[in-house]
Design a protein. Structure first.
Length: 309
């Protein structure tokens, strides 16, 4: 049995909450240039990870802690699925950081703020990618770009130092809304039709893809999306085309019987539509369908945990 790392007297410069595909992918690269703490859901999971885990074809060892033993850290990056955000944010708050940054999909900043009163919180956007296979091996899937909100310059510096393409942008809101548009259009349809992202560009899926973009655009535009409608369509089509062979994360979650992130994506769009006095009926229909399909496949463990798909 490996011994858990002794928490050092000096705080870790950086911690990552979420020892999953993206969290371990980030931690692997960050650990090459500095100390990074990885926080797993439980002490048992942390103990298992201390034996090492394969990331990118190489066995890696991390300074890994269960959430209850999380050490102090200057900065915390949250990389759990959105349904676990509040629990992870409470862990982050207990680590006495200077700031808590989410790089999750969907919009979760309000959840972070509620769980971390008085702390600097923010949500950035990353196009880095990774997936976990059935044997719990992590496969980073190509480098991307990470954009951070103002106030997280120190985190950007750590990321750049570790070889990431990362920078702070003055106004992160339009960036987050453009990502939300892409996720709200592609993810639910890929999950329902069980097709790759690229297949959404052809009939019969394309009709719904374009309907979802057309409905979401005025809502997101009213909240600060900086793209005109034609560019919004072009943006989603370009992402579907660039990731043509990929299976969207919501499709992977449904197939694996895990809860989906639909509430942090389409559910957030509903709140924004309500606030703007607009209707998004196709998104509401798709949301209901994803819930129905995902609920039917939810694994017994997740069902017992009372999690919603
Ligand atoms: N993967 C990508 O390519 C990618 C790209 C861009 C954005 N994202 C976003 O990044 C986030 C993470 O995605 P992912 O693919 O890395 O998911 P993932 O592989 O499921 O990893 C999430 C990890 O968080 C752990 N976790 C859950 N609750 C926790 C808690 N309270 N404390 C500590 N750890 C906890 C999970 O543990 P268990 O295994 O015990 O549940 C799991 O290991 C999602 O919002 C996703 O949409 C992912």
């Amino acid at each position: 049995m490996n011994t858990p790392p002794t928490p050092p007297s000096a705080p870790y410069p950086l911690a990552i909450i979420g020892a999953g595909a993206l969290g371990l992918s980030f931690a692997t690269r960050l650990a090459r240039t500095g100390r990074v703490a990885v926080i797993a859901r439980s002490a048992e999971r942390a103990q298992a990870l201390l034996q090492g885990i394969e990331v990118g074809g190489t066995l890696r060892h991390f300074d890994v802690f269960g959430a209850d033993q999380a050490p102090q850290a200057d900065w915390v990056i949250v990389l759990v699925k959105t349904g676990d955000t509040t629990e992870a944010a409470l862990t982050a708050a207990a680590m006495a950081p200077k700031g808590v940054l989410s790089l999750q999909n969907g919009l979760v900043e309000d959840l972070l703020r509620a769980a971390c009163p008085g702390l600097s919180v923010g949500q950035g956007v990353t196009t880095e990618g990774a997936y976990r296979d059935d044997s719990d091996r992590v496969h980073p899937s190509g480098a991307g770009e990470t954009l951070l909100p103002a106030g997280f310059e120190a985190v950007a510096e750590l990321l750049v130092g570790a070889g990431f393409t990362a920078r702070v942008v003055a106004d992160i809101v339009p960036v987050r809304l453009a990502k939300l548009l892409v996720n709200a259009a592609i993810n639910p349809l890929a999950a329902l039709f069980r097709v790759t992202n690229g297949e959404l560009l052809s009939a019969p899926h394309r009709v719904l893809l374009d309907a979802l973009i057309a409905e979401a655009w005025p809502v997101l535009h009213a909240h600060g999306l900086a793209l005109d409608e034609a560019t919004a369509h072009a943006r989603v089509h370009a992402v579907a085309s660039a990731t043509a062979a990929n299976r969207a994360s919501m499709l992977q979650d449904v197939l694996a019987g895990r809860p989906t992130e639909i509430d942090a994506i389409t559910g957030v769009l509903f709140s924004m539509a309500d606030a703007a006095g607009m209707e998004v009926p196709t998104h509401r229909a798709v949301h209901t369908l994803v819930r129905t399909v995902a609920d039917a496949r939810l694994s017994p463990a997740h069902r017992r945990a009372g999690l919603r798909p």
